[in-house]
Write a protein that binds this ligand. Structure first.
Ligand SMILES: Cc1cc2nc3c(=O)[nH]c(=O)nc-3n(C[C@H](O)[C@H](O)[C@H](O)COP(=O)(O)OP(=O)(O)OC[C@H]3O[C@@H](n4cnc5c(N)ncnc54)[C@H](O)[C@@H]3O)c2cc1C
Length: 288
């Protein structure tokens, strides 16, 4: 059993090269030792990337004792195509889906596609009794009409049958706590799991955060500047900041975290250990 108090899930992305594939499996092997709640595999934006996502989710499900949640987006495929992928996951034994609208690779939604994530959740529930996670945005989705609309959209996804929401990453605990309060006020009672992004590369995170509407505290810029030329100190700083953020959240009752691994696990491993994950009780799966 993992630590009684705090539980973890870890998100990976599909590998595109043999070297990336090797890194993914090393990462999976390392994080399995922490007995996580589940692993998740993101869904690529384009055709070939989507195929690799599907294959990677199924391979992970077959190779790892940890339950796998396959991400699935819906804007770039017809309902029938999306349903067929969901059925493929189900046939392969995957019954956890992270259901997402996705960002269309062209302008606008494809004709015949699910309209949005609410519509997708409803469609998935008609196919099988999937365990469904959806996305939530503590700092509001950049394309949302308003904060209120964004939160009501989250409620609709949960009311349609999703079991929990995983948030976009954020770096300010108060931002998540205010979001949780607002969600509770409109009657959202299902778990809201904070998405935590360890900072592997400050400049990359900084530019990506601008695009996805996540704020980086000014203090982070100052802190990372000070250790710019010292990789070990950067690593320590990233781990410390993530642990500090999660500890603040655990003080407010949060018991589950979803870590965005970027397929690099040393940092996620160290953060999880610092928060109480227990590596000593790992059960080695019996050889198939
Ligand atoms: C935990 C998590 C995992 C993710 N995994 C993946 C993944 O594997 N693959 C991937 O491609 N993306 C992924 N994303 C990104 C996600 O697909 C985008 O954020 C997408 O824009 C919205 O998806 P959604 O399911 O939240 O959409 P919805 O719930 O349908 O919408 C969320 C909010 O965004 C607004 N909105 C979104 N798109 C539009 C639009 N085009 N026009 C108007 N309003 C819009 C909605 O009005 C609503 O307020 C992930 C995000 C999170 C937080």
């Amino acid at each position: 059993m993992q630590s009684q108090s705090v539980q973890f899930s870890y998100e990976f992305f599909p590998p595109r090269t043999p070297a990336m594939t090797r890194r993914l499996w090393r990462a999976v092997g390392q994080l399995e030792r922490l007995n996580p709640n589940f692993f998740s595999m993101t869904y690529g934006a384009l055709g070939s990337a989507q195929q690799i996502s599907i294959e990677s989710s199924i391979a992970m499900h077959q190779e790892s004792p940890v339950p796998v949640a396959a991400h699935l987006t819906c804007t770039d495929a017809t309902r029938d195509e999306t349903n067929e992928i969901a059925r493929k996951f189900h046939r392969a034994g995957i019954n956890r889906i992270v259901a997402l609208r996705g960002d269309s690779s062209t302008e606008g939604r494809l004709d015949g596609a699910y309209e949005n994530a609410v519509d997708l959740v409803e469609g998935l529930k008609r196919i099988a009794d999937f365990d469904i996670s959806v996305a939530a945005y503590p700092e509001v989705h950049p394309k949302a009409g308003s904060e209120v609309h964004d939160l009501q959209n989250l409620k609709r996804k949960l009311d349609a049958g999703a079991d929990r929401a995983i948030t976009q990453y954020f770096f300010d605990a108060d931002c998540f706590l205010r979001f949780r309060d607002r969600a509770n006020q409109i009657g959202i009672e299902k778990p809201l799991i904070p998405g935590i992004l360890p900072i592997h590369d400050f400049d990359k995170v900084s530019s990506f955060s601008q695009r996805c509407g996540a704020s980086l505290p000014l203090s982070y810029e100052v802190l990372f500047k000070k250790v710019k030329h010292d990789q070990q100190s950067q690593y320590r700083l990233s781990v410390d900041l993530a642990v500090e953020l999660c500890e603040r959240l655990t003080c407010e009752g949060v018991r589950q975290f979803h870590l965005y691994t970027l397929n690099q696990t040393d940092m996620c491993f160290d953060i999880s250990l610092a928060l109480g994950a227990d590596v000593s009780v790992f059960k080695i799966p019996s050889a198939a």
